[in-house]
Design a protein. Sequence first.
Length: 222
Amino acid sequence: MTDAKSPNLPSNLELDVDDLEALNVETLSPLQMAWRRYWHHKGAAISTVIMLLLLIVVLLAPFTARYGINEQVLKIEEGNNIYLSPRSIAWFGTDDIGHDMYSRLIWGVRTSLFIGVVSALLSVIIGTTAGAIAGLYGGLFDDLMMRVTDIFLAFPFFVAVVVTRAALGNISAVTAVTGEISSIRFIIFLFAVFGWMGVARLVRGQVLSLKEREFIEAARAV
């Protein structure tokens, strides 16, 4: 066998501060790496810019929409404001009762965005609370919560929403809290009720995993 020899380096090798700083490699956190990779993806970057522009237009609906949600297009020289083709006073034309389609589209997207964001936040709050309690206390409550979650997951989301909407819409005690069957508040309520299960299972799994970690055992021992 031959002994491994180290490479011959000059004995008078010296590195100054500038050389050491040049050798330092920039380290990125996982979040920074994900952010950089995301914006280097052309499809993701273009889609994000388009969505941000759409979001700005929708949030500024009182200024970007030319008419109110139920306002009719008036002052037409032809004397008829229904079923108009796209033109300067109505960019997307008008419907059968003279509403500007562009303005109604902006207001409709704004309403849909509001329903989606609020119902998602409520679903996260409900799911996080239920999953954390189930994972933390375990036992009978955990079993019961998971069975309830499985029952909710067994039904298709939109079918359950439509059926529940029809069933609860005629109960005055429910509509007194959630609003009328066609109200935004009622729709948000249904979306939140049938949208928390996935979050609950995810949070429960994380809590169960953390309960077995060493630092938790050490804290209990203290």
